[in-house]
Design a binder for this molecule. Sequence first.
Ligand code: FMN
Length: 171
Amino acid sequence: MSTVLDTITSRSSIRKYTDQPIPQDICRTIIEAGLKAPTAANRQEIHITVTAGSDPVNQEIQNDMNPNAPVNFYYNAPVVFYLSGPDAFKWSAVDAGIAVQNMHLAAADLGLGSVILGCMEATLNGEKKAKYAKKLAFPEGHSYLVALAVGYPDTAKEPHAFDFEKNVTIL
Ligand SMILES: Cc1cc2nc3c(=O)[nH]c(=O)nc-3n(C[C@H](O)[C@H](O)[C@H](O)COP(=O)(O)O)c2cc1C
């Protein structure tokens, strides 16, 4: 097994997947990686909805976003996880971000690829919010925060370059 730093260093977002389904135990390990993430005051308020890529709700979201897109928002991944959290808790978005990154890294460590998805925000939290909250089984008072598409990679991508000088100040 690789170290956390190995995985952080080698991972990248994957946007092309094979048809190979994800075994249930692997799926469970990825979900648990999200649930093991730290949350503010240990509230553990982030809810994860698991959908098959083929679930009609994903197609419906795509149609509302852009029915003519050359590729759907989840890149035909076999599984899409939706993370939602309570509007009433000010740390929900931060906690969801930490949880989804745990899941992204866990997927990479298990030999899968994944990509964090924010592009459905306007659709899921817009005028059809109540309909989608019901279809995605969000707990009462929750809003969509972020999602993760996961599958076996059908492409490889180099880790992105970064500019230490630009983004870091050492006082
Ligand atoms: C909050 C957030 C939202 C994102 N939303 C999308 C998205 O909707 N679609 C997509 O293809 N990638 C999305 N990404 C992935 C970023 O585009 C990607 O992380 C970035 O380009 C850097 O590439 P890398 O992850 O391969 O290093 C998102 C990433 C984050 C952190």
